[in-house]
Design a protein around this ligand. Sequence first.
Ligand SMILES: C[S@@+](CC[C@H](N)C(=O)[O-])C[C@H]1O[C@@H](n2cnc3c(N)ncnc32)[C@H](O)[C@@H]1O
Length: 432
Amino acid sequence: MTIPEDIRQLLQIAEAKLRAGNFQASREIYSQALRKDPNSALVTHALGWIALRLNEVQAAVDLLSRAARLAPGVPAIHMDLATAHERAGDAASAVLHLRKAIALQPASPTAHRALGQLLLGLGQTPEALAALRHWARIENSAAAHYELGTALARSGDPKSAIDHLRQAVALEPNHGSAHCNLGLALEDVGQNAQAADALRQAIRLMRDPSVARYHLAALGAGEPPATCPPRYLVELFDNYADRFEHHLVTTLGYQGPQLLLDIVKSANPQPPLDVMDLGCGTGLCGVLFRPLARTLVGVDLAPRMISISKSRNVYDTLLQSDLAPAIDSQPEAFDLLLAADVFIYIGDLSPVFRAAATALRPGGLFAFTIERTDSADFLVLPTRRYAQSPAYIRRLSAQFGFEELASEDAVLRAGETGDVPGTVFLLRRQAP
Ligand SMILES: C[S@@+](CC[C@H](N)C(=O)[O-])C[C@H]1O[C@@H](n2cnc3c(N)ncnc32)[C@H](O)[C@@H]1O
């Protein structure tokens, strides 16, 4: 279809403005063109695309839908419409338009990629894997094999994951994340030596290798980092938050909060107490300790865990923070500090002990659980949790001015390979 000369000139100016990044000026010129030719699919599409770039999502949906009606069968319009629907929160329509784009242009890698990613986010794993497989077949790129391999590993198919992650690193040897995920998949099939090699490569190549280091330590092949990397922790607990209590309490028979209550009561503290719950999670300790508390402060790094705690209405204050700085900033403010099943994500406990000694009043109590090991001060277990030795805890206790009131070996919860052995400690801050 020929475009009249006056409109062609306007389109050239509008495109030049777009190339210069001047969306508003470009939009004005395209609008002039639309007034001259109200049924132009090309101009309507351009205006819809600009609205999308400016995050005017509903306007983008309206304009792009109209463009699709004016020119049925243009894959690029359906691709943009899918993005607009997704941003508007209408994932079903986004999927529909991606499928239309694929039907019109089956060999387009971008549409298969977008569909795979969208379906993964929706939890439609088999359909997502099918789309990612199409993408990898068409494009044969490191990116495609990496995303497919990663999705396969998460879906519980490490063997196929290894195949695609190996292709990713063959195509792009400097792809640090592909080496890292390859290492995890190799570990899943029991090839630990090869897994460690892949993780070492990842550590060499990644800008932030902290998570790869953590995994290497969990294989027993590297030094344990001082703490679990915060971004790993937040992702873990934000994804786990909604299943956390049912899984931990009902399925795994978790005992941490009750063990802390029992050991604290054994010291006969005089309520009401100012209490801080370190790594409060969803608030299981908060519920048990509320009757003893004058004030109850919860602190946790994971936002989703904090928001579940908030809905319980038992804490006076909830802080989303790493726990050592949160405790450290409140000198002699508390009678009792609690940490149930939290030190399993912190290896080196010196900063926490130092902060606890600051935040507790003389005579204040520090009650916590550890997973127990006797082979090192602390190490990362294959479960990706830390264990500490009681001897290490006793050394820290003496170093930071605590006396041990009680300690008890206990089963904390069921684990992947049987009961998880732990120790519950109750320390008292000595007068300076
Ligand atoms: C296994 S959950 C236990 C939650 C709660 N204490 C309970 O007994 O139900 C561990 C919690 O500690 C939090 N956590 C771990 N390391 C932390 C840190 N360094 N700072 C703050 N929160 C942390 C996690 O986000 C998670 O919510």
